[in-house]
Design a binder for this molecule. Sequence first.
Ligand SMILES: NC(=O)c1ccc[n+]([C@@H]2O[C@H](COP(=O)([O-])OP(=O)(O)OC[C@H]3O[C@@H](n4cnc5c(N)ncnc54)[C@H](OP(=O)(O)O)[C@@H]3O)[C@@H](O)[C@H]2O)c1
Length: 323
Amino acid sequence: MNTRRLGRSGLKVSELSFGSWVTYGNQVDTRAARELMAAAFDAGVNFFDNAEIYAKGDSELIMGKVLKELGWPRIRFIVSTKFYWGMRTGANDNNTLNRKYLLDAIDGSLRRLQLDFVDLVYCHRADPNTPVEETVWAMHDIIQRGKALYWGTSEWDPEEIRAAWDIADRRNLHKPVMEQPQYNLLHRKRVEQEYARLCEDIGLGLTTWSPLASGLLSGKYRKGVPPGSRGALESYAFLREGLTDPAKNAIVGKLESVAKDLGCTLAQLSLAWCLRNPHVSTVITGATRVEQIAENMKALEIVPTLTDEMLARIDRIVGSAAG
Ligand SMILES: NC(=O)c1ccc[n+]([C@@H]2O[C@H](COP(=O)([O-])OP(=O)(O)OC[C@H]3O[C@@H](n4cnc5c(N)ncnc54)[C@H](OP(=O)(O)O)[C@@H]3O)[C@@H](O)[C@H]2O)c1
């Protein structure tokens, strides 16, 4: 497993990382999470992504227990969390990036994760009701207090990220070093068009999510929703329409021939395709089974086979269907 620098920071993240959204607490218990994280770590993964909101804190609790059990040296792994939605309903503890919430939220996450600090902390969405300056100061203070090492954003508009970066630059505060956007074969414009300039200008690193579009790009939804899959979860029924969309599945069907020619699976092709973008620091994968991890990690071998010619062929198949 190669590592890449997280943007212009010195932190080195494995090209493929492993996150816990949907899975931990809903499909995967502590025992299964331990197997998955051990398999990922053995394959060279050093970054494990999490968020306060995932399974309403249970995902952090599970990851905390697993880290304790596995006992890896702290220098060997990177853990993140993210804040915005909150877990309670009070005026200052949900849908906000205000100082009061952020400084409280970090303590809750550290308690659940059983860690003294997280490596990365993200503002999970932008908050139109809190001045960016207040959020920048709060993130700076979280880092100053030793509770996180780097901070960044997730799904912020490029103008919002630039504004936060400028404030931090002017006031000599810790700057946002990474953004976490969705990026896959069917959702590429934001990363490739909106963020490209920002990555060059301020050295933003991208830690991208849903590389398989929740499993759609593995091809398994072409004949309906397989039992036990993410698409079958009642609590995530909102994903089902997209997963079973006939037009999207027709594109996936056409990508099959590319995967065949490269001697790989659709999942491996889709993951490798994300990695060929140099602005991507790490592709955050998800999995419910160890076999998926084994398959997905082999995507690294496919990256060099994605020649300009092959990429042009993929572009012709995906065409303007990609968002
Ligand atoms: N910042 C944000 O707003 C945000 C949003 C979403 C996600 N994320 C992060 O990004 C991570 C990855 O996102 P994601 O889980 O949506 O990634 P994904 O790769 O698009 O989907 C992962 C899911 O696809 C299925 N899968 C994985 N490998 C497979 C394979 N080889 N063959 C068939 N099915 C396979 C599994 O679900 P089943 O086995 O259940 O079908 C797995 O849980 C999350 O865990 C989270 O850390 C961040």
